[in-house]
Design a protein around this ligand. Structure first.
Ligand code: SIN
Length: 189
């Protein structure tokens, strides 16, 4: 699969321009909100874990030196916390461009803080995409992140801002916080 997913996403989910859909964000979509939305609410999805296993050639790295950004990995007992946005369908075209390096829109059910649920979409980069990097130890991921930067800025900024945003949401994500600790140690050296 080509790592530019724009055409594939627009083929997978044909949305009418007057529709509204919930979007579940779990990575930079939590803290870098450069798109219009009607409403935003803390939410979670079941059966997925957040992992820094996706390569970034276009935002936090380059073709020659990709950064590492988050994707979701199937994990039946896990619950992943993030932020949901109610958005108008045309905004997905803008999001498809932003998420084009391997992410596919996937339908998901999300649960809000009050226990109510809604169906919506989330962007997931599966192991089938060319930019996928896969598992590594959290200390190796931290070293990798400290050595990468791309058009959207340094890769460590992505991780540190995500960790801060998760803390503000009251979400304890051990994977993200462990990598954060390694990065802060590397930066102190
Ligand atoms: C997301 O934030 O939901 C997707 C991954 C990213 O753009 O960082």
């Amino acid at each position: 699969m080509s790592h530019n997913t724009v055409a594939e996403n627009q083929r997978r989910h044909r949305l009418d321009d007057d529709e509204q859909r919930w979007l579940f964000g779990y990575g930079s979509l939590i803290y870098l909100v450069d798109f219009p939305y009607l409403e935003s609410r803390p939410a979670s999805i079941r059966g997925w874990s957040r992992r820094f296993w996706q390569g970034s050639h276009d935002h936090r790295g380059t073709e020659l030196n990709p950064g590492r950004v988050v994707t979701l990995i199937e994990d039946p007992d896990a619950v992943c916390g993030g932020l949901a946005y109610l958005i108008e369908a045309p905004v997905f075209r803008q999001l498809d461009e932003r998420e084009k390096n391997g992410y596919l829109r996937v339908a998901t059910e999300m649960t809000f803080a009050d226990g109510s649920q809604a169906n919506g979409l989330t962007y997931i980069a599966t192991p089938a995409n060319e930019a996928y990097l896969g598992a590594a130890s959290e200390s190796d991921i931290a070293r990798h992140i400290c050595g990468a930067a791309g058009p959207s800025g340094p890769n460590d900024e992505y991780l540190l801002q995500l960790a801060e945003a998760l803390r503000r949401l009251g979400q304890h994500d051990r994977h993200v916080f462990n990598i954060e600790s390694h990065i802060l140690k590397i930066k102190r050296q």
